[in-house]
Design a protein around this ligand. Sequence first.
Ligand SMILES: [Fe+2]
Length: 287
Amino acid sequence: MTPDVKAFFDQATNTVSYVVREPQGGACAVIDSVLDFDQASGRTDTKSADAIIDHVKQQGLRVEWILETHVHADHLSAAPYLQEQIGGEIGIGDRITMVQDTFGKVFNEGTEFQRDGSQFDALFKEGDSFHFGQMRGDVLHTPGHTPACLTYVIGDAAFVGDTLFMPDFGTARCDFPGGSPKALFNSIQRILALPDETRVFVGHDYKAPGRDDFAWETTVGEQKELNVHIGKGRDVEDFVRMRDERDATLGMPRLILPSIQVNMRAGQMPHEDDAGNVFLKIPINKL
Ligand SMILES: [Fe+2]
C-alpha cells in the first residue's frame, strides 16, 4: 500500500517532518516534529508545529502516532504539544534507555529523571509493527548515528531519520555517544536491501555542492547507485575510515544541549521550580 506523504521543511534546523496518511481514510502518523527554539532568548515557538496541526485539521486527519526516529541533537521535538492539540501516541526506539542513561549522567539529572523510556507511550524494538487505519508500519532498528535510531517502513516508504541523507550529501555523523560508523554501515545495508523502488524520506537536508534546492525524497535504487558515501558497493573499512575522518572535523550541532535535554524526556521540558520557572543546563567541558 502506498501512503500519502506530506513533508514540512524547517530551514532553521534543516529538519524534515512528515505527515504520513493512509491512501483511503484519514488515519495518519507524524514523524520527527520540530518545536522552534531561539537559543539566545530561551524562547520556544510553535510555528513549525502549527503548520502540521493546520494541515491535519484542514485534511480532516486522525493522528494515531507521533513518531521519533531517534533522540535528535539538532532540534527540539514538538511531540507533547502536537499530542495535546491533535492526539496520537508518542513512539521511539526502546534503546532510548541507553541515551537516557548516557545523558542523564552528562546533565546530572538525579533520580527523578527516569531512564526506562517511560516518558514515551510506545517503545519499539527491531521487528515490531504498528498500524494506523489500513497502514502497517514496520520497525527496523538502524543504529550507528545513535544507538537508538529507527527506520520506519510504512508501505512503500522508508523514513530513515539520520542514517542516509540525499545521495549527493551522503550519510549521518557517528561521533555522538553510542554512535558507531560500523553499525551505521550495517544499518544502511539493511535499508538498501529493501526493494529498489522503495521511497526513502530523509530526516535532514543541507543541500549539496551544485544543488540549489532542498530535497528529502529519493529511492533505495538511487541510494545504491549514487550515494556519495555508500553507493556502488563501498566496503565497510573504507566507509568507517571516511566517516571517522569527516566526523573529526565537525563541530557540535548548535542546539545539541537544549535538544537532548528535552528530547530524552519525549519533548517535555525539565520540571518547573517552585516558582514555575523552567531551566535548561549547560554542562561545562562535558561534550
Ligand atoms: Fe540526528
